[in-house]
Design a protein around this ligand. Structure first.
Ligand SMILES: [Zn+2]
Length: 370
């Protein structure tokens, strides 16, 4: 029944009676109709405000509430044990050496930090070569910090990013042929070995970001062979789009390619169909979590990932450029930093993600109550 016919129906019924109450009631009906007729298009379902008038009722409208357990904090681990240097293009973010890590993380863990993702940053001269040998060096920063963090913070969930680009002299995400293109099968072999080394060291989750074809299957098979597949999460950077938003990260990790770019293996920004194929492929190859990256620019892809992998958690990486843009605009007075951090992250959840990798994590630990 439409609102206006409901009102006229009530008025009609009331007009049959002539006691005082019915006159008051008729008066009220008329008054409320007159007062609200501007905003009522005719249907009773147009009335929404009551449903979210109270702050708690507003929070019920969100299908997913941002909580501390959804957040993964990216950390850049240098091979210089005492390093603690601010990354100029990532405001408030540092590169840490192994000896600085525990002091930095202790207060964050106390505030409820649940998970970190580790990126190695080899700085020592000669640390990089064509095969990315340093990636799984047992004395390297990632393997050493996995062991240290497992020992020091037993409840912290450790994700290890798996790629070669930080460790290769050419800066590409695999092993190259003579013509400079990626040799897919050699790259997959090498990257799955690196993933195994991190899992062996105690990483709860390995997250290959290289985009080589077939690496999820290769890693899953090696985990099964080693008898540890049941205790390691395999998170795939399934839909990772190329673009300028990784600029500050490359600064932080020192991973710019020395020639060419990564467009042959990262997805073209308009490639929604390609992203869907990559997501389906990685689910079929044994991924436990699907990741979309960058996040805010690809909310449609996050929705696609949630639809295609409805039984899997979907992660979104709010990348360095998204973080740096929000910081720059807030610094220029365009908007409030906290408000924008919430709006952009809640948008990512609304699209379908339940895990957000974010440089805002330390701030969210202060802002969120649970
Ligand atoms: Zn890479």
């Amino acid at each position: 029944m439409s609102f206006s016919s409901l009102v006229s129906d009530l008025t009609y019924r009331n007009s049959d009676r002539d006691d005082l109450r019915s006159q008051i009631s008729r008066g009220r009906s008329y008054a409320s109709t007159a007062a609200t007729s501007v905003s009522i298009s005719g249907d009773i379902s147009s009335q929404l405000h009551g449903g979210y008038s109270h702050p708690l009722a507003r929070s019920w409208q969100a299908e997913r509430q941002l909580t501390k357990s959804m957040l993964i904090y990216p950390l850049f681990i240098s091979d210089q044990p005492d390093e603690e240097s601010l990354i100029p293009s990532l405001p408030g973010q540092y590169r840490f050496g192994l000896n600085r890590l525990v002091d930095f993380l202790t207060p964050l863990v106390a505030k409820g930090l649940k998970s970190v993702i580790l990126f190695g940053v080899p700085i020592a001269p000669g640390a990089k070569d064509a095969l990315g040998t340093a990636a799984d060096d047992p004395q390297g920063p990632v393997i050493q910090s996995i062991r240290l963090l497992r020992r020091t913070f037993p409840d912290l969930f450790i994700v290890a990013d798996v790629c070669l680009c930080e460790y290769t002299s050419h800066g590409h995400c695999g092993i190259l042929r003579d013509d400079g293109s990626l040799n897919n099968s050699l790259s997959v072999d090498r990257i799955s070995d690196v993933a195994m080394a991190y899992a062996d060291a105690g990483a709860h989750c390995v997250a290959p970001s290289d985009m080589n074809d077939g690496r999820i299957r290769a890693i899953k098979l090696k985990l099964i062979e080693a008898g540890i597949a049941h205790q390691v999460v395999l998170m795939s950077y399934a839909a990772k789009f190329s673009g300028c938003l990784y600029g500050p990260f490359r600064d932080a990790a020192g991973s710019s390619p020395s020639f060419g770019d990564r467009r042959c293996y990262q997805l073209p920004p308009g490639g929604r169909g390609l992203a869907r194929r990559a997501i389906v492929r990685d689910i079929n190859e044994g991924a436990d979590v699907i990741m979309v990256k960058p996040a805010s620019q690809y909310l449609d892809i996050i929705s696609d990932a949630k639809e295609l992998g409805k039984d899997l958690p979907v992660a979104a990486y709010q990348v360095s450029g998204e973080y740096a843009m929000i910081h720059a605009a807030a610094k220029a007075g365009v908007f409030d930093l906290k408000a924008m951090a919430f709006e952009s992250t809640e948008g990512i959840l609304r699209a379908g993600a339940t895990i957000v990798i974010s440089y805002f994590t330390p701030e969210f630990l202060d802002w969120l109550s649970n």
